[in-house]
Ligand binder design. Structure first.
Ligand SMILES: Cc1ncc(COP(=O)(O)O)c(C=O)c1O
Length: 433
């Protein structure tokens, strides 16, 4: 409940207008709740009173069931980097489909995609595929624990590594007892982000049991808070000192440069996880690392371990991912995308500042989070009001204020987005003063 009565009233009015404008989405939502708890299968996407249902997309736009068009500034939480209808990918997928699917066998495209990843990421001598970032992180952690023969896993406050490794906060209960999240029952230690000394203080007494330190080079779902390079360097040194495996979760930050943030900073972890857009638009995850760690999967070794997964090498994913890296994710295009993101963040911040709006945008390159700095109880209502204003003006973003660019977004789109954000923020300013 917002503290300000006028903010609550503005939000009620915005919700009502939204309901009136989107009868087809409301009907689809009601129908969906018959078979899906909460009407969907990704909690991240749910918005109340009901979410919009998208019928189609092309270029940078999506169209909902009631015929409204939106320029997509969410890009499926970073994975939709190619836009809605990339012609290079369409052709590659169509050609692959014509050769058949579901072979239950190796194809050359598997090593083709693996070669690309190991060439781009200095920390990956060898790589294995999975079907999501969550799975990649679960596999990477378990591999590292097996390698070190240890039990404890260090993660960070604000970290998000997938649906079973969600939203870590200091002081949480252990295991799967954490409220509001499913949590795989690893033996976690939740350390303070961007604080090497605090991490050492927590880890030091049990350092001999710590097999893994898993960290995002920028907190993604945790608010687009970049890691301080000194923090990552400190973790690099500390993991060497205590004999733990350092894993960078670059599921999001891999879009900042061809070899992820690790290449931008020149810091090489022992293992890296990626996912999202590297499947060329299909479900994907990958974990890779040093040969001494990853060769445990080599079946020619008598002591190897098994790692199955029906869709790990799906030919469509392998072809789409390889094609994307070869033809779309070039160094130039990635730099261009991230420069545009930097410009968007700067323009948003100067526009919000100029308008006296209680918002600030953080992040790196093409990944952005809009934060609200009103009183705690007003933050979510203010972001929701901003969201409804942006929808009305034809822009797609997450209700929590998350943005990510895709290759179809132009500088003109960026300018129009900033203009719409200032107009939408004016409703929040009016309601909260
Ligand atoms: C940093 C990070 N790691 C892991 C994941 C999980 O990836 P997936 O949703 O593909 O399981 C996400 C998803 O947003 C993420 O942002």
């Amino acid at each position: 409940m917002p503290t300000s009565a006028s903010l609550a009233a503005a939000l009620d009015a915005a919700r009502e207008a939204y309901g009136a404008r989107n009868p087809n989405s409301l009907a689809a939502f009601k129908k969906a709740t018959n078979s899906l708890p909460g009407g969907g299968t990704r909690t991240t996407l749910i918005t109340l009173p009901f979410p919009l249902f998208i019928e189609s997309g092309a270029g940078a736009t999506v169209t909902d069931l009631d015929g409204h068009k939106y320029t997509d500034f969410l890009s499926d939480f970073t994975s939709g980097i190619y836009g809605k209808s990339n012609e290079i990918l369409r052709q590659a997928i169509t050609t692959a489909l014509a050769s058949g699917m579901q072979f239950g066998a190796h194809t050359t495209h598997e090593a083709r995609l693996a070669d690309h990843l190991t060439s781009r990421f200095p920390s990956m001598d060898l790589v294995r595929f999975a079907n999501s970032g969550t799975e990649a992180n679960l596999l990477a952690i378990t591999t590292a624990l097996k390698h070190t023969k240890r039990t404890k896993v260090v993660v960070f406050s604000g970290g998000y590594h997938g649906s079973l490794l969600a939203h870590f906060h200091a002081g949480e209960p252990a295991g799967n007892n954490v409220p509001g999240a499913l949590r795989v029952p690893f033996d976690f230690i939740i350390a303070p982000y961007n604080d090497v000394e605090g991490t050492k203080a927590l880890v030091g007494p049990v350092a001999n049991d710590v097999g893994v330190i898993l960290v995002e080079p920028m907190l993604g779902a945790g608010g687009c808070i970049p890691a301080d390079p000194a923090f990552l360097l400190g973790l690099r040194d500390y993991t060497k000192e205590i004999g733990a495996v350092l894993i960078f979760d670059e599921v999001q930050t891999s879009r900042l440069a061809p070899g992820g943030r690790q290449t931008l900073l020149g810091i090489t972890p022992d293992m890296t996880t990626v996912g999202k857009f590297f499947g060329g638009g299909f479900a994907f995850g990958a974990f890779g690392g040093k040969e001494e760690i990853m060769s445990i999967f080599d079946v020619r070794r008598p002591d190897h371990v098994n790692h199955g997964g029906t869709f790990n090498n799906s030919p469509l994913t392998m072809v789409a991912g390889s094609t994307a890296i070869e033809q779309i994710l070039t160094a130039e295009r990635m730099a261009d995308l991230n420069d545009r993101g930097d410009r968007l963040r700067e323009k948003l911040n100067s526009a919000f500042g100029g308008a006296g709006a209680p918002f600030v945008a953080t992040g790196l390159g093409s990944i952005i989070q809009i934060h609200c700095h009103l009183a705690k109880d007003d933050v979510l209502p203010a972001l929701e009001l901003l969201y409804f204003g942006m929808l009305e003006r034809g822009f797609w973003l997450a209700q929590r204020g998350t943005l990510a660019l895709n290759f179809e977004i132009t500088d003109k789109d960026v300018d129009e987005f900033v203009e719409a954000a200032v107009e939408s923020a004016a409703a929040v300013v009016k309601a909260s003063t």
